[in-house]
Design a protein around this ligand. Sequence first.
Ligand SMILES: [Mg+2]
Length: 265
Amino acid sequence: MAKGYLIDMDGVIYRGSTMIPGAIEFIKQLQRLGTPFLFLTNNSERSPKDLVAKFGHYGLKVSPKNFYTAAHCTADFLVRQQPTSSAFVIGEGGLIVALQEAGIAFDSIKPDFVVVGEGRLFNFEIVEKAMRLLANGSRLVATNPDTWCPTDAGPRPGTGALAALLESATGKRAYCLGKPNPFMFVMARKRLGLRTNETAMIGDTMETDIRGAAELGIPAYLVLTGSTKRETVAEFPYQPTGILNSIADLLDMEESVLAHADATA
Ligand SMILES: [Mg+2]
């Protein structure tokens, strides 16, 4: 088994507002064993503190340090491109906090970047403003490429779709951070303090979770509790290391490794 895990949230830990059976037990087991893990999400809407509160309602105690979101990934990328950069941001609290913590200034006059993230703050005025900034030389960055997101009430447009509107209006192409961009996986692995061959990804989406892991060369476990059906997996050029019915299957695997370690101690 891996020495540490990168774990997608939606479709792996919960679906909408319902926890997936075995998910809490798996995380608690990692905590008991001292196995490092990071929740790796393309959703830039919430900050780690918000996510800690959300998980707390489900009976799962985790630390803000257990999260690496597409907002962190975007902030890490921008400061590496340009240490003292400024941005015009279309997004919510999670993105604002991550960019602010990274020292990126908010500028609505002549920003280096226009950053688009997840959220509900999109309206014509803000799109018009962003379009003019892009026409004036700002560079277009999206926190993630997802064109839609699942919710309890049905699908809603994702960051990729919002960025596509600006791409169409300006003729500029957005650079997308988040999964499957290998930058996200490399930065997260470094945060875990592990090598590539010690890290594994657990996710439910072939195009983001499994593709990014394959590009970085780390093992990837696909769980069938989210967006992917078993019969569609073979269509993809990149394949998961293992296919699991749910994250609960991994619990059994970790348990057997532990039992083996106890028996041979
Ligand atoms: Mg997912």
